[in-house]
Design a protein around this ligand. Structure first.
Ligand code: SF4
Ligand code: SF4
Length: 172
């Protein structure tokens, strides 16, 4: 069969004359079917979510958690370094002095009175985690936190802080 270059045409809208097989789209169909059939015998990469969960690497940057130390005290000291480092302005902190009745729950006399992350602004860059001098904030591999309203995606300190003696509750 003559190659495309030798099948010149005078038609200004067509680069070369089509053969009968090309007019019937046979080569293209055969090529497409070959690709389809080759994938038919391969292991599928799709999963049946939500029954099946996707593999998530250990260092995946998902939902945040504010950690406690081994004595159950909040590691966060309200220094606001994470707020400063956040490129998306997603973190809002109000810091204050720890009241006497809460001293046993904190490592220093300063703490985050309120701590909010706007998950709609967050780009999961991990800069807050990098900036934290107390290893208080971490991004976990948890990625299932879709909600039906914007308000529910403003995470408060209560929603972010690890529970005493147990893992963080991702859903109330
Ligand atoms: S992961 Fe990045 S964007 Fe999200 S809160 Fe932390 S610093 Fe901000
Ligand atoms: S999470 Fe870390 S960086 Fe952010 S306010 Fe608390 S101690 Fe400071």
């Amino acid at each position: 069969m003559a190659d495309k270059q030798t099948r010149v045409t005078n038609d200004p809208f067509r680069k070369y004359d089509l053969t009968l097989a090309e007019r019937l789209y046979l080569p293209a169909i055969m090529k497409g079917m070959a690709v389809t059939i080759s994938y038919f015998f391969k292991k599928p990469i799709t999963i049946q979510y939500p029954e099946e969960k996707a593999y998530v690497p250990h260092r995946w940057r998902g939902r945040h958690v504010l950690k406690r130390d081994e004595f159950g005290r909040e590691r966060c000291v309200g220094c606001q370094m994470c707020e400063l480092a956040c490129p998306a302005d997603a973190i809002t902190i109000q810091a204050g002095e720890v009241p006497p009745e809460r001293r046993h729950l904190h490592t220093t006399e300063r703490y985050a009175v309120t701590y909010e992350i706007d998950m709609l602004r967050c780009i999961f860059c991990g800069m807050c985690e990098e900036a934290c001098p107390e290893a208080a904030i971490f991004l976990t591999p948890f990625y299932e936190f879709a909600e039906d309203s914007r308000e529910k995606l403003i995470y408060t300190k209560d929603m972010l802080t690890e529970r005493i003696g147990g893992p963080i509750l991702y859903k109330d």
